[in-house]
Design a protein around this ligand. Structure first.
Ligand code: HEC
Length: 269
């Protein structure tokens, strides 16, 4: 438990991510798993997985698996080697789920594997379940919309902007957004509110979250809609109420894109 708290503290510093996290994994299991686009987020998650490995899985492996899972050993994979970086490479390639599954399976190599590893494995998987949605969000979107120039965004009131997606499988998907420009002395911000997504074709879309890019830069503090976890039926607009405030960089040329985190689709035909 102490280690879990340590890790959560580590993430509190990153722009309110813990709040998003609470929304972020409430119904992950509902997400259809077919047709998942390749995530741009593996790198961000690799770092966090390394922390879990270093704190929990590597000590467990060196104690329980090093009879075989070391360089030159009889086991497949070197994740119990002394060199934690090399051990992690092997662990990463095999994947936490498979290593966890073998570790608690007495049938693999008791007494080294089995219930003796239950506590460590449960702790590692619990941490990963909390951290994974956060690092995926930090990694940014896996699908990016068309670009809209915000130079004409109104001050007071708001203008409607539409974004389209042309990635294979998501053709015709549109997201509309109200944008207001707020000028306060020398500070200019945009308020993005009430995004509405409409899917197209014979597909249901499953979307974990929406994020924003300004002038190509991922706005990793703009996460109000990062945990929406919504399935969208074709032709049925789905609106999310709320406001995201983004600091303008250059009020003349600012361009915005909407990104989807883990947007996947399911054929309904
Ligand atoms: C006595 C030797 C031995 C011990 C101890 C041992 N293993 Fe293994 N392990 C093997 C061998 C041999 C294989 C390859 C054959 C197989 O898949 O069963 C293997 C395969 C694996 C694989 C599959 C790797 C892959 O790439 O498919 C995993 C995961 C694994 N072991 C995890 C563990 C963990 C975790 C421990 C310790 C908690 C452990 N093993 C302890 C010998 C061992």
């Amino acid at each position: 438990m102490e280690r879990l708290q340590y890790n959560i503290k580590k993430f509190v510093g990153i722009g309110g991510l813990t709040v998003v996290m609470a929304l972020g994994f409430q119904n992950c299991s509902v997400l259809p798993s077919s047709h998942t686009g390749s995530l741009a987020s593996l790198d961000a998650c690799g770092e966090d997985l390394m922390v879990i490995f270093q704190n929990i899985m590597h000590p467990m492996a060196t104690a329980q698996c090093s009879k075989c899972h070391i360089p030159g050993g009889s086991g497949k994979g070197d994740f119990a080697g002394d060199d934690v970086t090399l051990a992690f490479e092997s662990f990463y390639a095999i994947g936490i789920d498979k290593v966890a599954q073998f570790a608690v399976d007495a049938g693999h190599n008791a007494p080294y594997t089995g219930a003796v590893n239950d506590a460590d494995v449960a702790e590692a998987l619990d941490e990963w379940e909390v951290i994974k949605p956060q690092c995926e969000i930090r990694g940014g979107a896996n699908f990016l919309s068309s670009v809209q120039n915000l130079s004409g965004a109104p001050e007071g009131g708001s203008g409607e902007y539409s974004f389209t997606f042309d990635s294979a499988g998501f053709n015709g998907t549109v997201i509309r957004l109200d944008v207001e420009k707020v000028v306060n002395g020398s500070s200019v911000t945009y308020r993005f509110s009430d995004p509405e997504i409409t899917g197209a074709g014979g597909q249901e879309l499953s979307i974990r979250g929406l994020v924003f890019y300004l002038n190509g830069e991922y706005q990793d503090t703009a996460l109000s809609f990062a945990g929406v976890n919504q399935v969208i039926s074709p032709g049925v607009p789905e609106q999310f109420s709320g406001i995201e405030i983004v600091q303008a960089v250059d009020p003349v040329t600012d361009e915005v894109q909407v990104g989807f985190i883990e947007m996947t689709y399911v054929d309904v035909n």
